[in-house]
Write a new protein. Structure first.
Length: 594
């Protein structure tokens, strides 16, 4: 049987431009999914949080076969906070599909992922997706894409990119709008024609660069990467080399697999050009080279952009400790965070000087929020500090801070208000574009610290109609101190269950975060004060009973529904002297001293 030709391809795009849906359709035409209504969708988003949030968090690889070709396809995250996943993946493919929404056009993360692809010398295939949208503007979007290629100094070959129009949702891709919209064959043809076959001598000594790491019962640590040269076989003796060429460990390969969908297909061997997952090593990790025993030269790994934000993780010390979770100690917390850092190269963990907690640095609130949510579901109880921006110094010891490119789509009515709020955060307007339906697109450069918590404020100011996207731009000169933009808080004086009568008397002082019957403790934040100062209150103070007033009349108390926050909103709300208590069942805000 003739060996299939290999094509290694990554799908890259801004968040929600259709990468995972496109992968579903390619798998259908590759015979891995049926076409019934009960057939699963967003198959590559297998993580529970991915399904709930509707975003891709982890890169995943699958193998498709079409005619005489085998495509190793990689679905990548679209959110800037998970850019580390994208950067690693681009090192093991030979081509990329750049998806752009036919309505939204070029977005901040489009620029980020394209920058990384062009820097690696890859020649993208551009797919203008979501052509089924009634407000699609394919011609304008094509001009935006071409202009972006020019701005990023693409080579002449990269500028001559293949172009397709698609509706991944409806299962078609075409090279010309006059062609029938029936299937994805045109996309398979484009990948076969324009993505080069992988290079590498299958007879040379083995070299495989580890790109992602996972684990599985009975198999242990699983290392996924591309074989750059040589052949790997079951029971083969190998060594793991770090970036300096030091031997990390030596061992034998116990299993080799590729993915069909998300299910592993075990194979006896693989050769240069293949993307495979191997088991058998216990120390090898991301950026290590798995090599033959005679090999001493490691493969170079793509540098990862540094983290820009950090939070302190500590063991929970609240009076309600241990009510929800079963992982309560600092030692368990340390073990879990070090494990996370091992396979997530864009996160850095260090112990705090006082030894009380751990400083966890990452790309943004969403990335760290996903880590916290994952850990609380594993049974951890933690106290989390307010996010802090990581500063740098220039050669003259001047302070540098991370700046982000911000893009906001909003109704024209709110433009002045939003620009005013971002100006207070040292935001600098770069461009304003008109969209359809009295909508505007504002492009602003703003310090990362000025954007902490701004998304929820944007939604409030625009009545839920504002859409913000952001992407790291560069480190620039420190802009100056920021004024405190939040009011003080209402702090509980005692421990117990909040009473409706007490909350009725507290409500005129501010906005409540709790409802009657909520258990609280001393130092717990139960609301936001109307003024800038903090105020201690007693949510357990009931009314005195008289012959005229009976206890049952509390049922007549009417309160405004309390303000609830998501995990990310709560993290951005707290100040430096406060923390967020995170347990499997609850999120509580409190003062650090309590």
């Amino acid at each position: 049987m003739k060996k299939k030709e290999i094509r290694n391809v990554a799908v890259i795009a801004h968040v929600d431009h259709g990468k995972t849906t496109l992968m579903d359709q390619l798998m259908r035409e590759g015979g891995m999914l049926d076409n019934t209504e009960t057939s699963p969708t967003r198959l590559m988003d297998s993580n529970d949080l991915e399904k709930e949030r509707g975003i891709t968090i982890l890169s995943k690889c699958t193998t498709l076969e079409w005619q005489e070709y085998r495509f190793n396809m990689v679905d990548t995250p679209g959110h800037a906070d998970f850019g580390g996943e994208v950067e690693r993946i681009l090192g093991m493919v030979d081509g990329v599909l750049l998806l752009v929404d036919a309505s939204e056009g070029v977005m901040p993360q489009t620029k980020f992922v394209l920058t990384k692809a062009l820097a690696q010398g890859l020649r993208p295939i551009v797919v203008i997706n979501k052509m089924d949208k009634p407000d699609q503007r394919a011609e304008e979007v094509f001009e935006e894409v071409f202009e972006l290629f020019m701005c990023l100094q693409a080579t002449e070959a990269q500028l001559d990119f293949p172009l397709l129009y698609a509706s991944a949702k409806n299962g078609w891709a075409i090279t010309d709008e006059k062609h029938p919209k029936e299937n994805m064959q045109a996309l398979f043809q484009a990948m076969a024609k324009h993505v080069p076959s992988p290079q590498g001598d299958p007879n040379a000594p083995l070299q495989m660069l580890v790109t992602t790491i996972d684990s599985a019962p009975f198999l242990g640590r699983l290392l996924t990467g591309r074989i750059h040269q040589g052949t790997i076989k079951e029971n083969m003796a190998v060594r793991a080399l770090d970036l300096e060429g030091n031997i990390v460990e030596q061992g034998r390969i116990t299993k080799i697999s590729i993915n069909k969908g998300l299910e592993p297909l075990f194979i006896p061997q693989a050769a240069a050009g293949d993307i495979v997952t191997i088991a058998g090593l216990i120390k090898g990790t991301v950026s290590h080279t798995i090599a033959a025993p005679t090999c001493t030269t490691p493969l170079p790994a793509q540098p990862i952009d540094p983290p820009t934000l950090s939070m302190q993780f500590s063991a929970n010390t609240s009076p309600f400790l241990g009510r929800d979770g079963n992982k309560l100690t600092s030692s368990l917390l340390k073990e879990r965070l070090w494990k996370e850092m091992e396979h997530n190269v864009s996160i850095q963990v260090s112990q705090t000087p006082d030894g009380e907690g751990f400083q966890v640095a990452g790309r943004g609130e969403l990335q760290l929020g996903v880590l916290i949510e994952t850990m609380r579901r594993e049974g951890f109880e933690m106290a989390i500090s307010r996010p802090k921006v990581l500063f740098k110094t220039d050669p003259t010891n001047g302070r540098l801070e991370p700046i982000e490119e911000v893009q906001i789509d909003l109704d024209e009515t709110y433009m002045g208000t939003i620009i005013d709020h971002l100006n207070k955060r040292y935001g600098e307007v770069q461009d304003v574009q008109s969209l359809d339906g009295n909508r505007l697109r504002i492009k602003i450069d703003c310090p990362t610290r000025g954007l902490i918590g701004f998304n929820s404020e944007l939604l409030n100011l625009t009545r839920g109609t504002g859409i913000m996207c952001r992407s790291f731009k560069a480190y620039e000169k420190y802009k100056g101190p920021l004024d405190t933009l939040r009011n003080g808080v209402l702090i509980s004086l005692s421990k117990g269950k909040a009473l409706a009568y007490a909350l009725m008397n507290i409500e005129p002082r501010g906005t409540l975060f709790i409802s009657p019957g909520t258990e609280v403790y001393e130092g717990m934040i139960i609301g936001e004060h109307n003024r800038k100062n903090d105020l201690s209150v007693n949510p357990m103070k009931g009314k005195k009973l008289t012959n005229m007033r009976a206890a049952g009349s509390d049922k007549e108390v009417k309160l405004t529904p309390p303000r609830t926050m998501t995990l990310e909103e709560a993290l951005c709300y707290i100040q430096d002297d406060e923390c967020l208590e995170v347990t499997p069942q609850h999120l509580r805000l409190r003062k650090k001293s309590s």
